[in-house]
Design a protein around this ligand. Structure first.
Ligand SMILES: [Zn+2]
Length: 543
């Protein structure tokens, strides 16, 4: 026994001791979300990209080629919350961009907050905060871990794209208020007054400089990865007959929300990159050994995608330009923080479906689900079946909310009402699956669409019946496109890690959006966000 002990002690003494649990940390983590970026945009436009943007990250970092959202609905608010909290709407509570709040009996917006004031505008656009998000982000955990010394700044054109990632303890989140102002703003949740660097940026005339002509950045004849410019599948802008290049934004601005038109062009991403660089400088991010976090969301890709669709020349040009903007930000990080001293990840908040009218023209099953009509039929059915008026309180985000007060008064059993309505819904054209509250709270679905529904289902906030359309069907006009489903065109998005602590490589192994936050937490040696359900992607972390 004694001899064994001695041998063991000797072995311990001789073996090289692993000095630390955590490697040297990056000075700055930059979490980039490209709104509505499908995974195949990376491969489709690859030959159009330069060496310093997407290619620099892919060639020197680690790419997850089979990365998916694991919940429904795939919208911007839930997407940004899930990337940074490491969990799904079932736990973080952001069940849509907006939803019907059954407790207040009114629709709410995911980041609206009437208890705070706008900062930097007289409008209501700043009355926002993350108060509806129920769990922490990795940025929150970094703040707690560093005794609030590591900074967090959130930047995006969209308020929800800036606020949710940065979390509850952020130093600041900034978003863009267009209209006649064209300013970056914030809310009293973060501060009483904009810092000088933001005021300087707002008065620099930068936003106005993008009210210029949008033409393709390269020769349009080289844009082989998209359909012809003039077609029947695009909206375009008010005041211009065809959705074709060039677009004179200065001329079109008054009919398209003034400064808001910038958001719906690639220049909105350029403006976001300009502001992010000003934030890195103005907030001295990544200047000491305590890790800071910058969350940076490029929203214009979503506006352009909705307007022109997946296969448009406008989308191709927007990604070629975004590649240049990302290259510009990386170069700035090299200069301000130091090459190899920061870690970046890039992902998206959801994908998008090819314009169903276009798919249909190519014989692919697809189309449009008229939810207004469905609601009318549903109300007629409920009236006949249960002999009551207004049993349906609300239909939103493919969920039906029942009138609990009325059911109690009329002594209607919830399970009975749910299952009859579910049965009725399933008989409707292009509805492929229906789930009831009773099913979702009592069963455990592991994978597939049913698993995604459950991951997106918040028992307190979600509705009573959830329905799913056939693949390729959307609730949208017959031009442009949207997202929100659990089908691969909406769930499959890029995930690239690059910089300090990241191995070179790629994998087709399945990964999920909630894996991102615990991966960053593991790298930093900090607590996982408090409701994490994902797991660290250890395959690419350096030991
Ligand atoms: Zn969208």
């Amino acid at each position: 026994m004694k001899r064994y002990f001695l041998a063991f002690a000797l072995l311990l003494a001789l073996s090289p001791v692993k000095a630390q649990l955590v490697n040297e940390k990056p000075k700055l983590v930059v979490g980039i979300v490209v709104d509505q970026m499908r995974y195949d945009y990376l491969t489709r436009f690859w030959d159009q990209f330069g060496n310093d943007g997407f290619k620099r990250m892919v060639n020197n970092g680690f790419t997850f080629k089979n990365n998916h959202f694991n919940y429904i609905p795939t919208y911007t608010g839930p997407g940004h919350a899930s990337v940074f909290t490491g969990t799904t709407p079932a736990s973080h509570g952001i069940i849509g961009n907006g939803w019907y709040n059954k407790f207040e009996e009114e629709p709410v917006y995911c980041v609206s907050d009437s208890s705070v004031k706008s900062v930097g505008t007289e409008s209501y656009a700043g009355e926002m905060s993350p108060h509806r998000m129920l769990s922490t982000t990795f940025a929150d955990e970094n703040r707690l871990h560093t005794q609030m010394k590591g900074k967090t700044i959130g930047v995006a054109l969209k308020d929800r794209g800036a606020i949710l990632p940065a979390g509850h303890t952020a130093n600041a989140a900034y978003w863009f208020h267009g209209k006649e102002e064209g300013h970056w703003i914030s809310s009293s949740f973060y501060m009483e007054d904009l810092p000088k660097w933001v005021k300087d940026f707002n008065s620099s005339g930068k936003a106005k400089s993008y009210l210029k002509t949008w033409n393709t950045v390269k020769d349009v004849n080289s844009y082989a990865q998209s359909g012809i410019d003039e077609n029947n599948f695009e909206f375009g802008y008010d005041g211009k007959e065809t959705a074709t290049f060039p677009y004179d934004l200065k001329k079109l601005a008054p009919q398209n929300g003034d400064f808001d038109i910038i958001k719906a062009t690639p220049f909105g991403n350029d403006l976001t990159a300009d502001f992010a660089k000003a934030a890195i400088k103005g907030e001295s991010l990544g200047k000491d050994e305590i890790t800071d976090v910058l969350t940076l969301s490029f929203s214009s890709t979503d506006y352009v995608g909705h307007n022109f669709g997946v296969n448009s020349k406008e989308v191709e040009d927007t990604y070629i330009r975004l590649d240049l903007a990302i290259a510009d930000v990386l170069k700035y990080l090299d200069q301000e923080v130091g090459e190899g001293q920061y870690t970046v990840f890039l992902t998206s908040d959801h994908g998008a479906v090819d314009v169903p009218a276009y798919l249909k023209s190519k014989n692919i099953p697809s189309g449009y689900f008229d939810d207004g009509k469905a609601r009318d039929k549903l109300e007629t059915f409920a009236k006949e079946e249960f002999k009551v008026d207004s049993l349906i309180r609300n239909v939103s985000n493919s969920q039906i909310f029942l009138n609990y007060g009325l059911m109690k008064q009329k002594k209607l059993l919830a399970e009975d009402v749910e299952s009859k309505i579910a049965h009725f819904m399933l008989q409707q054209d292009n509805i492929s699956k229906v789930f009831t509250r009773d099913q979702l709270v009592s069963a455990g679905y592991a994978s597939g669409i049913s698993g995604s529904i459950q991951n997106g289902y918040n028992q307190k906030r979600s509705g009573d019946i959830v329905f799913v359309t056939d693949p390729g069907y959307i609730v949208y006009p017959e031009k442009g496109t949207t997202h929100g489903s659990g089908f691969s065109y909406d769930t499959h998005v890029p995930l690239i890690f690059f910089g300090k602590g990241i191995k070179k490589g790629s994998t087709f192994e399945h990964s999920e959006i909630p894996d991102i936050a615990p991966t960053i937490s593991a790298m930093l040696g900090i607590s996982f966000p408090n409701a994490t359900t994902g797991k660290p992607l250890s395959i690419m972390l350096k030991d």
